[in-house]
Design a protein around this ligand. Structure first.
Ligand code: FAD
Ligand code: NAI
Length: 328
């Protein structure tokens, strides 16, 4: 009997590991508490079309990731985004063009993890609460009390605070994960019946409750959408207003947006807010992935490397590499 490998988390890190393991001939079973894949790289379906509320774009600096992105583009899952960028500081809005290549999922961010799911067994809507060892193998307990297994090895690909309890069987790894703080981000989307008269597609914001704003339909494959903008608050503002009602968050961030964008902004005809509790690691770590090879327990995710899409993907690759190097 081939005993599969369990992967908890169908974000980019978990699916990167899943692909690498499956390509090496292993059988994997992926679990995610969400209804779909992508985690922080997912897109939200709304009346205004699919909106990228989490990751906005990604850059590729590592050679391996550059090659992977090329593959995603060839598969039609990703495309280059060429935004007209601005910078806002001290009440001054200035164009801020640069030479950086930026990538997005097409026609929505979640297209990438959706593509990576092909041929992989996934249980969605399944929150794992415990990873425990039987006599020979690992088993997973979910929030409904159902037990899944047996598994030869387990890869935990969820944000550090959520990984900590799942790593209880490997106290050293659990201790490392427990030491990683992750900061929240409030995200708001506001849509307008007619397009705002601004050339801006994206704006880096300083010294403001906002950190970033983007015109969702300026990204490839989204041009049929209404003019909807995604606004991200800074970690600090998000922390200070973590329990604010969504309507108030929308009002506050929309107000800041209306002030910075440099044109008359009508009241939005559409709005929503989403709170990312574990949006980004507070510090930078270079672990690649965490491993307890003797027990067969691994952890990966953006918090192990750079806090970005690229780091999360590389971390999944590293977890798979370390797992494969310890197979009998
Ligand atoms: P996640 O995407 O968080 O995936 C973890 C998955 O595990 C989720 O799907 C979750 O549902 C699941 N899960 C958690 N706990 C359990 C459990 N107990 N049982 C089962 N499933 C579970 N990066 C960039 O490079 N560029 C950007 O512009 C950018 N902007 C961002 C903006 C925001 C608002 C946020 C939140 C993030 C942004 N990032 C950006 C960061 C980027 O999204 C992440 O680094 C990356 O997506 C993390 O991937 P991951 O697989 O490590 O984790
Ligand atoms: P990048 O190279 O485009 O941006 C890195 C940083 O450089 C930006 O945050 C910005 O401060 C600055 N910058 C880049 N281009 C600029 C320009 N033209 N004008 C003014 N400033 C510019 O992309 P990279 O390195 O891939 O970073 C990813 C982005 O994702 C960052 O902006 C980061 O803040 C964001 N992010 C947001 C998270 C959240 O929770 N809100 C979580 C993780 C990443």
């Amino acid at each position: 009997m081939t005993v599969p490998i369990a992967i908890i988390g169908a974000g980019i890190a978990g699916l990167s590991a899943a692909q690498a393991l499956q390509s090496a001939g292993q059988t994997v079973h992926v679990f995610d508490k969400g209804r779909g894949s992508g985690g922080r790289m997912s897109s939200k379906r709304s009346d205004a079309g699919a909106l990228d509320l989490g990751a906005q774009y990604f850059t590729a600096r590592d050679r391996r990731f550059v090659e992977q992105v090329r593959g995603w583009v060839a598969a039609g899952w990703a495309a280059e985004w060429k935004p007209q960028l601005f910078n806002y500081r001290d009440g001054m809005l200035t164009p801020s063009p640069d030479e950086q290549t930026r990538w997005v999922g097409a026609p929505r961010m979640s297209a990438i993890t959706r593509g990576l799911l092909e041929g992989i067994t996934v249980n969605f809507g399944c929150r794992i609460t415990e990873v425990f060892r039987g006599v020979d193998y690992w088993h997973l307990q979910d929030a409904e009390g159902v037990s899944h297994g047996p598994y030869e090895r387990v890869v935990i690909a969820v944000p550090a605070p959520q990984a900590t309890p799942l790593l209880a069987a490997a106290p050293k790894l659990a201790g490392i994960a427990a030491g990683v703080q992750m900061e929240p981000t409030w995200a708001v989307a506001v849509g307008f019946d007619s397009a705002l008269p601004t050339p801006m597609d994206g704006c880096f914001v300083q010294d403001n409750p906002l950190d970033w704003v983007a015109r969702n339909r300026s990204k490839p494959g989204r041009d049929a959408q209404p003019d909807t903008w995604v606004l991200h608050a800074t970690s600090n503002w998000s922390k200070q207003h973590i329990d604010l009602a969504k309507d108030t968050v929308i009002e506050r961030l929309w107000g800041e947006f209306a002030e910075l964008v440099g044109c008359v902004v009508p009241a939005p005809s559409f709005s929503l807010a989403h709170r990312w509790l574990y949006a980004r690691p507070a510090g930078n770590h270079e672990w690649g992935a965490l491993a307890d090879p003797d027990q067969g327990l691994y952890a990966c995710g953006d918090w192990c490397l750079s806090g970005r899409v690229e780091g999360a993907w590389l971390s999944g690759q590293e977890a798979a590499r370390r797992l494969l190097e310890h197979l009998d």
